[in-house]
Design a protein around this ligand. Structure first.
Ligand code: GRF
Length: 218
């Protein structure tokens, strides 16, 4: 059984989706620990209420020393025996050391169809740009922000009258659907990175709708 560490800075709705999917037996993995760089993040309490250990490594204790902070976070994760790391609204730019330490076993979710609109406020960027289709992306983490090989994406329409709140809510519902699926594939050892591309090994009968990739390969 793989052990999963989840990093967050805020409310933690993606964390809840991942933990609930693991607890429901949908993913061959267990939540080991939730870690936040912000002690006041509501996600920490939500994790504890789900029976998951939660810890803060406050970024303000490490001002100007980002790698030291990353190493302290990794020490907590590794102490908890974490095999896989899921970033779930973790508002921190990671150092190359941290990215290297978890290479090939760290996922992130981003509320845009990458490579469009990386960085902050992906949903707002999409609205401002006037796109008709928005969505979310789960990808492996590499040294650049919101950039690594893409595991799965879900698309949603941008509707007339949408504002940042309504579009974000529509996207968030899809985030909660694709992140557990991506984690399941990784925990099952079925994701192979080939350059920028991710190959999913084997059929997936549970693969949701046509708006979601990758197509299963045999
Ligand atoms: C989500 O929109 C996620 O895509 C982005 O940060 C937000 C986190 O939301 N990376 P939550 O804390 O999981 O509710």
């Amino acid at each position: 059984m793989k052990r999963v560490g989840i990093l967050l800075s805020g409310r933690g709705s993606n964390m809840v989706a991942l933990v609930e999917a693991m607890h429901a037996g949908e993913i061959p993995a267990e939540p080991a620990i939730v870690v936040s760089d912000r002690p006041e993040a509501p996600g920490l309490e939500r994790a504890r209420s789900l029976g998951v250990a939660a810890a803060a490594v406050p970024r303000k204790d490490y001002r100007g020393r980002r790698e030291e902070h990353d190493r302290a976070v990794a020490a907590v994760l590794d102490e908890a025996g974490v095999d896989i790391v899921c970033l779930a609204g973790y508002m921190r730019i990671l150092t190359p050391w941290f990215v290297g330490h978890y290479e090939g076993r760290m996922l992130n979710i981003h509320p845009a169809l990458l490579p469009s609109f990386p960085g902050l406020h992906g949903q707002r960027q999409a609205l401002e740009h006037g796109v008709r289709i928005a969505g979310c992306t789960v990808h492996f983490v590499d040294a650049e922000v919101d950039h690594g090989p893409i595991v799965i994406q879900a698309a949603v329409p941008v509707l007339p009258g949408d504002d940042e709140e309504t579009l974000s809510a529509r996207i968030l519902a899809q985030e909660h659907r694709i992140y557990p699926l991506a984690l399941r594939w990784l925990a099952e050892g079925r994701l192979r990175i080939e350059g920028r591309r991710v190959v999913l090994e084997g059929e997936d009968p549970g693969l949701p709708g046509a708006l979601v990739s990758p197509a299963p390969v045999s």
